[in-house]
Design a protein around this ligand. Structure first.
Ligand code: SF4
Length: 382
């Protein structure tokens, strides 16, 4: 008999499942807490549930984690896991500890269909969407592993960024219940400001997310004009920059933060020139989007044909944005010794699933040189 993996359900879904078993809603809340707050997977452990319910669960349900293929820990404390998602595909999640927070970068797809030029995941193509349970399982495993590993009783992961492998907004149906589980006080209880969805610019889904489950938003911009962005981020041909920025503005009406983070991967001689910085400033001013820029050192891989911008170029670019009044940070890479830095993550995936992770780290592990703006246009929480 097929059993249901309870990691697939947000609280509403679990309540519906319990109802089918003839159980009241509060039982679902108890079960949800056992699974997500206490990391339990054995129903027999859940001693405040009625014995009859535990027996029903034993025959109809399971709590099934993703098999861990590898785990690597960096000397800086970054930990990278490779999870098997079947059929030769694997995805990675990365934990990045910092003084004031613990961030988990989570994958949403095995591979990615967007095909950004600077992204190794994009170069490997798309395998499949992850299910809600496969997205949540990354957090479930990491949180409860880390509590034991670090000998902590309280929550370890304070921030989640959907910046791993895949375009989360192209897996919207699975994403939203996963986000709701992250936010739920009966599960991980993360603040909306501390859960970030990163998108390459799927405009209609930005609007839907704003209506359904607004969380912090990061947008992979990477270019200041359509000609260049069409080349670097092919989705731009469908949703050009002006449409994307207008969607960002609409999103801000719902967002828990009052700015959008624009991610900008610094590519030597491609998008890192003074004119590009000028164009970015004009663009943001023209559309009036409250924003922060995060400049990301590119981690080169051979198939890209691209090179990392030299550090002085990155700093000059950051200075130009900052002096124009835009809050700008430069990401510091983490976990280089375990290939967990942005752009280095590479799942052992059948044919094309690699990487996403780079995104993962690339945003998450940041931190940064903060250049104080002349005129501050956006707040900066962290
Ligand atoms: S950068 Fe993001 S959207 Fe682009 S190909 Fe890579 S994973 Fe996909």
């Amino acid at each position: 008999m097929t059993t249901a993996n309870l990691l697939e359900f947000d609280l509403e879904g679990l309540a519906a499942f319990c109802e089918k078993l003839g159980e009241k809603r509060f039982r679902a809340t108890q079960l949800f807490r056992w699974i997500h707050q206490r990391g339990a997977s054995d129903f027999a452990q859940m001693t405040d549930l009625a014995k009859s319910l535990r027996e029903k669960l034993a025959t109809t349900a399971r709590v099934e984690a993703l098999p861990v293929v590898t785990q690597h820990e960096s000397k800086d404390g970054t930990i990278k896991w490779l999870f098997d998602v079947g059929d030769g595909n694997a995805v990675e999640a990365v934990f990045i500890p910092e003084d004031d927070r613990g961030t988990l970068c989570v994958s949403s797809q095995a591979g990615c269909a967007v095909g950004c030029r600077f992204c190794s995941t994009g170069h490997q193509g798309f395998s499949r969407n992850l299910s809600t349970g496969e997205i949540v399982a990354q957090l479930w495993f990491a949180e409860h592993f880390l509590r034991k590993h670090l000998k902590r009783d309280e929550r370890v992961i304070s921030n989640v960024v959907m910046m791993g492998m895949g375009e989360p907004l192209q897996n919207y149906t699975a994403l939203v219940p996963a986000l709701r589980t992250m936010l739920d006080d009966n599960a991980y209880g993360l603040s909306r400001r501390r859960v970030t969805v990163s998108t390459s610019g799927v405009v209609p889904m930005i609007d839907r997310l704003g209506a359904d489950c607004p969380v912090a938003m990061a947008v992979s911009l990477h270019a200041p004009n359509d000609a260049l962005r069409d080349d670097l981020v092919p989705l731009n041909r469908k949703y050009p920059i002006a449409e994307l920025l207008e969607a960002c503005k609409r999103y801000l009406a719902h967002a828990p933060r009052d700015f959008i983070t624009f991610e900008y991967c610094m590519l030597d001689g491609v998008n890192d020139q003074p004119e590009h910085a000028r164009q970015l400033v004009e663009l943001v001013r023209a559309h009036g989007v409250s924003c922060k820029f995060n400049l990301i050192p590119f981690n080169p891989f051979p198939a890209s044909g691209l090179l990392r911008s030299p550090q002085p170029q990155v700093l000059a670019f950051a200075k130009a944005l900052s002096e124009a009044g835009l809050v700008t940070t430069v990401r510091k890479t983490r976990g280089d010794d375990i290939d967990a830095a942005c752009g280095q993550l590479a799942g052992d995936v059948k044919d094309r699933t690699r990487a996403a992770e780079r995104m993962a780290q690339r945003r998450v592990s940041e931190r940064t040189v903060v250049l104080h703006p002349v005129r501050k246009t956006t707040p900066q929480e962290h």
